[in-house]
Design a protein around this ligand. Structure first.
Ligand code: SF4
Length: 360
């Protein structure tokens, strides 16, 4: 039988996954550093008899999380923070960290430094953020993220939409949420009515994150269809994760099924070398590029519309290929104009999974 509420402790999780006392104790130690939250719905997708289950890997802590390899902020987010809760890295985009809360704390999260914790990087004053965006007419879109933007109350979501939909130089508003994947019940009638009302004024894109075909359940697809029927466009960002989707057939099936339900694959992201994430989930470039390029070759034109990127302090870098020990890449989004669209190559080792700050 499934739990009635969100699972947040090792003790509450133990009976559902038949964890031993020793495993429960280890989990308790990890959770004291990186919080746990698993919704009953997402737990229902886990195969409790399979310790290698890809769905389990995304929600249940592994002992690898306690390996102190990696950094807490891999793309310089703190340096791009202009106001509490607002980052301005790329000219055209303001990123808002509207909450530190998520329905589920994904074990591979790149914002592990702040999700589920008390932090000053999120939840700035909406007035101050809206004034900043209104004064900067080079900003053409805002991304309301977190944490998970749909963990805000309906009235708070409405307040964001009300303020930003009035700013003339914004072409559209994006909302980052994983709730259709991990908590489809959050897509309620009231929330849909609010979204539908503001989507008539300004296009709203929902940016979500499906990482495995088994996440495309009937409930998740029901939430997606309801959002689409309310006039929203849904786009997906997948993270390439060892033991979850680092297989061309699995990734290929995910991308194909996403395109088939009009959730266009937008990015496949290289997993960041984040503390508590790197050791468990990162795939080296020399393995990752053949996987992603094979998965791409299995798609029709719509499924091929994604870019495989890594988020670097200097911008978003599209990863194209590995040829004779060199990574071939191009700046897709650059922080400074001199890097715009720049194609470059970098010698890499066979185990390398990230590029350091000193790019030539
Ligand atoms: S929903 Fe997004 S922000 Fe929240 S834990 Fe998962 S990946 Fe991180």
């Amino acid at each position: 039988m499934l739990p009635t509420g969100c699972i947040t402790t090792a003790e509450a999780l133990a009976p559902y996954l038949n964890l031993s006392d020793k495993e429960t104790q280890s989990l308790r130690r990890i959770i004291s550093v990186y919080p746990l939250a698993i919704t009953p719905y997402y737990l229902s997708l886990v195969d409790p008899s399979d310790p290698e289950d890809p769905i389990r890997k995304m929600c249940v802590p592994s002992l690898d999380e306690s390996l102190y390899e990696g950094q807490s902020d891999t793309s310089g987010e703190a340096d791009n923070t202009i106001l509490e809760g607002l980052q301005h890295k790329y000219r055209q985009t303001a990123l808002i960290l509207s909450t530190e809360k998520c329905a589920m704390y994904c074990r591979h999260c790149f914002r592990k430094r702040l999700v589920g914790k008390s932090t000053e990087e999120t939840k700035g004053s909406l007035d101050a953020m809206a004034d900043y965006v209104a004064l900067h007419d080079e900003i053409t879109n805002v991304l309301i993220s977190g944490g998970d933007a749909f963990l805000n109350s309906d009235s708070m979501i409405e307040a964001y939409l009300e303020r930003f939909s009035k700013i003339g130089h914004l072409d559209f508003i994006r909302i980052g949420t994983r709730t259709p994947v991990v908590w489809p019940e959050r897509i309620t009638k009231n929330l849909l009515e609010i979204l539908a009302e503001y989507a008539k004024i300004k296009p709203i894109y929902i940016i979500t994150q499906f990482n495995h075909p088994r996440e495309l359940s009937e409930q998740a697809l029901g939430a997606i269809r309801a959002l689409q029927a309310s006039g929203l466009v849904i786009r997906n960002q997948t993270v390439l994760l060892k033991g979850v989707n680092d297989d061309p057939e699995v990734l290929g099936e995910l991308l194909r099924r996403l395109a088939a339900c009009a959730v266009l694959p937008y990015y496949v992201f290289q997993c960041r070398p984040v503390l508590g994430v790197k050791a468990q989930f990162q795939v080296p470039f020399s393995r990752a590029l053949p996987i992603v390029n094979k998965a791409r070759s299995l798609q029709n034109g719509q499924g091929k519309s994604f870019r495989y990127c890594m988020s670097h302090p200097r911008g978003k870098i599209e990863l194209l290929d590995v040829i004779e020990g060199k990574l071939i890449a191009r700046f897709h989004q650059a922080k400074s104009a001199e890097d715009d669209n720049r194609l470059f190559s970098a010698s890499i080792s066979s185990s390398q999974a990230w590029l350091d700050e000193n790019l030539s």
